[in-house]
Design a protein around this ligand. Sequence first.
Ligand SMILES: [Zn+2]
Length: 466
Amino acid sequence: MTQLDWHSIDRFLMGEAWAGSRIPEYRDHLCHEIGPRWGGSASDLEAADYIHAQMVENGLEQARLEEFSLDSWDYSDASLTVDGTGEALEIKPFLRCPAVDGLTAPVVDVGYGTEREIAAAGDALSGSIVVMHLGPEPFTPPLPHTARLTLAAKQGAVAAVVVESKTGGRMEYRSANDWRAPGIAPQPLPTVNISFEAGGRLKYLAARGTVATLRVESRFFDTPANNVIAEIAGETMPDEHVIVAGHHDTVFGTPGGNDNTSGTVAVMEAARVLAALKRETGVAPARTIRFATWSGEEQGLQGAYAYVARHHGKDGRTSPPRFALNLDELSTGHMKGVVVMTEHMRGFMQERLNTMGDSLQCHVQGPLDAHSDHFPFTRAGIPAGILWRWRFYGRHATSEFHHEFGDSAQKLNVRELKEYVGQISRLMLRLSHVPSEEWPDNPHTADEMEARAVSEIGTHSPTFHG
Ligand SMILES: [Zn+2]
């Protein structure tokens, strides 16, 4: 292999990522011109078309849309009304909440929904609407809220109102199912979100024997959605590849400045910068670098699942990537390194990061992290990782904004994202050039990772998000 001048390459990549940046333009188009992009909606399809067009314009190869059938959901209304007084409390359905047609039931406060609290509520839960804090009770080993909702459902609760942890009237669109479960699991019971403040009001009323009526108008349906794929062909190992990707869909009512316009724009920019490197200096990847943006992440990672099934399914259609890097919520903190999902990648990744300077570190995720698009890869036995942005230290105050109106375009930190783009480009190019014999053997199989995911269902995970 010809000797590469990494000093010059790094100067080009960091310089192009900074001075040539198109981040503000991409951000504005995705956040302001298109706006919220619920997977499978017209705006989500428009976003995929836009990203594809930019990939073509920037000289990427094999740029294409890959359609898949999205198992989708939406809602038209949700209300919680106190019987007798008619007082209405504002709620948001959890994503994929089934329709609730005027359920009138007593409201029972189960605190944090710990095993102890659910047991103490006893028969009162039968046929009730429970009100439960979202976050775990801090003095008891934590259970994820999915597990706590499941406990309530098993004891007879028929719906749940979850009290948001954030204060100030904020409410996220949340998911109530454990994403480690195979397929798209149904919610343990119909679940809606209520603000911290209105939740306090509901708990006051519950203590006084209030009966309330819950209504959720929602529907499930299948709809086409598109992933966007592009690549730069490897010069000496074109049949091997590494992939860097992030989801372009959002939840309702937010353009997702942080979640995940930041990651989408980083994929687009890394592709542009590496294509420019090849065009202007002749330095190409050795193995192919593939770039992708997914739809349907907020609906159970369906875009990434569809991609993995199509390309690397059980019958192994094409050889899997050597490594899959997922970019999600890159405006939560500055870049500190890479978090890989399996120990066998740690030393190898740290060596690559060491060649980049900047004290970047590699860490290994403990319990499998199912909260974003690296999980379908991990689950298929493919080495995968995310970027280390904020855990332990360096968390931005605005990192709490996702899945809600406040995750606006301003939440995308432009100058910091330029640095991410430069570092991601440097890392992906390095990974593309590592000789095959220097890659660690992957000791993990799809069956093994699947069994591990299933064994961890219901356990607390120090999550990707929070
Ligand atoms: Zn996300």
